[in-house]
Design a protein. Structure first.
Ligand code: HEC
Length: 123
């Protein structure tokens, strides 16, 4: 019995160590935050590329393929930030999930959420 507990403690310790050594840097593919220090997320540094690559095929200016609005500028994206986050958080099969072709990587979704939390910085 004692050995079993010892074993469980060892496993638990290993799990805790493994988790605490996780770095948020792993979650952020694009670290181009212009030397602003602690992983600040900005439109220019992180968000614009994600939107341009995944959304502007339809949400261009003027919008195409039935998209209801443009997401081509900082102000477009900023003013719709909450709706954008809601849409990219949906699962692919859900109504209004964006982009329609399939969910973005979780790291990108987290980045958008962090950008909103940090106050929609432009650069
Ligand atoms: C293939 C074209 C296409 C792409 C790519 C696309 N959208 Fe859309 N989007 C649409 C269409 C069409 C609608 C309106 C119908 C709907 O809501 O499904 C829409 C609606 C939306 C809405 C409003 C949803 C609602 O429920 O009111 C948001 C927000 C949105 N898109 C964000 C995005 C974001 C962010 C991306 C990129 C990650 C993206 N879209 C990529 C075509 C697209």
């Amino acid at each position: 019995m004692k050995t079993k507990i010892k074993f469980l403690c060892t496993v638990l310790a290993l799990v805790l160590v493994a988790c605490s050594s996780d770095s948020e840097d792993d979650l952020i593919p694009d670290d181009s935050n212009n030397g602003q220090g602690t992983n600040a997320v900005s439109y220019d540094g992180n968000i614009k590329a994600a939107i341009n690559g995944n959304c502007l095929g339809c949400h261009s200016n003027p919008p195409r393929n039935g998209a209801p609005f443009s997401l081509a500028t900082f102000n477009d994206v900023k003013s719709r930030a909450d709706g954008i986050l809601a849409a990219i958080k949906k699962q692919t099969s859900e109504n209004g999930a964006m982009p329609p072709s399939g969910r973005l990587p979780q790291a990108t979704i987290d980045l958008v959420e962090q950008w909103i939390t940090e106050g929609h910085k432009e650069n």
